[in-house]
Design a protein around this ligand. Structure first.
Ligand code: F6R
Length: 636
């Protein structure tokens, strides 16, 4: 039977949870717990009456969306009524009108309120248009209003990467009330894609305080995806501190964290399971543990001694494997075998301990790139090697990437075209096109949404740059394809909806190219990200091809970007780059001029990989691109 989310029961913490100071329930994905929570909440909603309504505190953002979807389903299919529910939203950006596409008012109506029978006068969302001088009184009224409704019965929370709940950024006190707050840099950066640029993200927000949240009778914080893993572990296992406002929930009587397995990866129970209880010392577990130990005490693997293992909770590994010397050698070899200059396999070599098979010598390789720049940034050096080592490489840009392109790039193109067309009597259509684009850019203004012709033009600009970048990686022009997946073309970041057409388009390219090797993004840390969706499209497409002959011979390799690079113990293939090769990769990334891609950031990530390997006792390289093998490619 699934563990209840809302009812913690009367039980003592298990050994696994010894390090955890907030009850944390882990699920394999985000959909099942969201549905379960909605169903558990629906029981309480059905018990509510007009006189005694159920008061819910609600959050926005991508985290609660599956929860809201299930509430809507329960309303439509199982007659759940919201007539006796009163809601209070946590926060709102200051300075945004309610009809702004990114306002939380609009979000809540799109995601929940417009689809259920909750009366409008029972909905409360802080008003972002309140005049600055009136904000203090307004916030006090908001608090009073919550009290008048008897306080919050169930508070739903997400968590920001700064550890914020609501918009209680670092420095918020445990008893802070509803108030205006300046948003943290990281929070604004995380919202940058939604607002099409960090400069457009509001600087201030009105938020319920930590004190307001702490007074709720029950609190459930949900967190999905690996990019929440670090902050979840700090909030649950670290000290209570105003630097991480979610850590205050350690003092709440009835708070539960609900996490998927990726958001749980940094909890001690998963990060160092050997510290929590007995583990099976598989080769992968040994590598993880020994790399952790070497990092912790800053020693290369081959210099670890018995005492290091004993003093750091790993005595049983010695008991099982004889002593530090044998364990060290085993893990050193595992790490050593990940390093290869032949990412497509080395012809004629014994490949028993190599990451990739030697045969077939010339492989059909498909490299998927969610937006055109992603693959070049993550694996430009490997791409070049694959081509130069004679493989038949095709680069597939899954989406046009047009949302990344700045307005000024489109304007620049339109202006040049207009100048040319105006000088030539024969080009009235071009002149009119150029003027249309300029007019559309003027009309949409600062926060507006690009109309289709502008997005199309921006996509074409990026296409040209992608071709140049691919050429800089030695790839012939005909070997780059643009899928322009439909879900992207009329969507916005974090609001994309993957559809059947996206999967069919991906499946047909796989069926045509029948790859021996696929390289694709493993950047699924944020399940609502574009990369995660493109990855899902690939997995869905892949699972439809299961019975085709090429399928069983294909290996899938994952690359990662800067948000969540592979940890050393996760790397299955490490491709070293010489200083010259790294220089060429930097040059290839520079071709993406219209999106200001930071080539130095990519290079420094590759250099860090090399330094890390070096400090574990491997050879010292200039830079390394790293990959993980996808062992069980199945869509959830
Ligand atoms: C939003 C809110 C924030 C979000 C947090 C996580 O109302 O209160 O604390 O919950 O920023 O955002 P997502 O869910 O988009 O990762």
């Amino acid at each position: 039977m699934a563990t209840s989310i809302l009812d913690s029961g009367d039980r003592r913490p298990t050994a696994r949870e010894r390090f955890e100071r907030i009850r944390t329930v882990e699920f394999s994905d985000s959909i099942h717990p969201s549905r379960q929570l909605a169903q558990e909440a629906s029981v309480l909603i059905r018990e509510a009456t007009k006189e005694n309504p159920f008061v819910m505190g609600l959050a926005t953002g991508s985290t609660p969306v599956p929860f809201y979807r299930e509430l809507i389903r329960l309303h439509r299919e199982e007659g759940l009524s919201f007539r006796n529910v009163v809601t209070f939203n946590l926060d709102e950006y200051h300075g945004l009108r309610r009809d702004h596409p990114e306002s939380y008012f609009r979000f809540m109506h799109d995601q929940l309120f417009d689809h259920v029978d909750l009366p409008a006068d029972q909905i409360h969302i802080p008003d972002g248009t309140i005049d600055i001088d009136a904000v203090y009184d307004y916030c006090q009224d908001y608090e009073r209003c919550i009290e008048q409704h008897g306080g919050i019965d169930l508070q739903i929370l997400g968590i920001g990467r700064t550890g914020h709940i609501g918009f209680n950024e670092p420095g918020s006190a445990i008893d802070s009330p509803t108030r205006m707050i300046a948003l943290d840099r990281l929070t604004r950066r995380d919202a940058a894609a939604d607002f099409l640029g960090e400069a457009n993200v509001p600087r201030f927000a009105i938020t319920m305080g930590v004190g307001t949240i702490m007074r709720a009778r029950r609190v459930v914080l949900m967190a999905w995806g690996e990019n929440k893993a670090e902050i979840v572990s700090q909030a649950v296992e670290g000290p209570v501190t105003d630097i991480i406002s979610a850590s205050f929930l350690q003092h709440h009587e009835n708070a539960t964290f609900v996490v998927d397995e990726t958001a749980a990866t940094c909890l001690t129970r998963n990060r160092c399971p050997w510290l929590v209880g007995p583990v099976t010392w598989s080769p992968a577990m040994m590598r993880k543990a020994v790399v952790w130990l070497a990092r912790k005490i800053k020693k290369p693997v081959l210099k670890l001694i018995d005492e290091d293992y004993n003093e750091n909770g790993m005595a049983d590994v010695l008991a099982e494997h004889g002593g530090a010397y044998d364990v060290n050698i085993g893990v050193f070899n595992q790490l050593q075998h990940t390093i290869t200059g032949w990412p497509g396999g080395k012809p004629g070599a014994d490949d028993s301990y190599r990451p990739e098979r030697a045969i077939p010598i010339h492989k059909r390789v498909v490299v998927f790139s969610p937006e055109p720049q992603d693959a070049v940034v993550a694996m430009g050096g490997t791409l070049e090697r694959l081509v130069q080592q004679g493989h038949d490489v095709t680069l597939i840009c899954q989406t046009s990437g047009n949302l990344r392109v700045a307005d000024m790039e489109a304007r620049k193109f339109a202006t040049i075209l207009e100048d040319i067309a105006t000088g030539s009597q024969a080009w009235p259509e071009q002149q009119s096109y150029a003027r249309t684009i300029q007019g559309l850019l003027d009309q949409k203004g600062e926060f507006g949404i690009d109309p289709a012709p502008v997005r199309h033009l921006k996509g074409l600009i990026l296409r040209g740059e992608a071709r140049d970048a691919a050429e800089a990686c030695s790839l012939n022009e005909i070997k780059i394809r643009f899928l322009d997946l439909p879900f992207y073309e009329d969507g916005r970041y974090r609001r994309f909806n993957l559809g059947e057409n996206d999967i069919t388009a991906t499946a047909s390219v796989l069926a045509e190219l029948r790859p021996h090797q696929i390289f694709t993004t493993g950047d699924v840390a944020d399940p609502s990200s574009l990369q995660a969706l493109c990855f899902r499209a690939l997995l869905e497409a892949w699972s439809r091809d299961e019975n085709r002959p090429w399928f069983s011979q294909c290996r899938v390799w994952l690359y990662r970007g800067k948000e969540k690079p592979l940890a050393d113990h996760e790397i299955d293939m490490a491709v070293p780059l010489s200083p010259i090769q790294l220089e060429r990769k930097i040059n290839a990334i520079r071709k993406f001029q219209s999106i200001r891609q930071d080539e130095w950031e990519a290079a420094s990530l590759n250099r860090t990989n090399a330094t890390n390997y070096d400090s574990l006792g491997m050879a010292e390289y200039e830079a390394i691109e790293s990959f993980q093998m996808l062992r069980n490619p199945r869509p959830h």
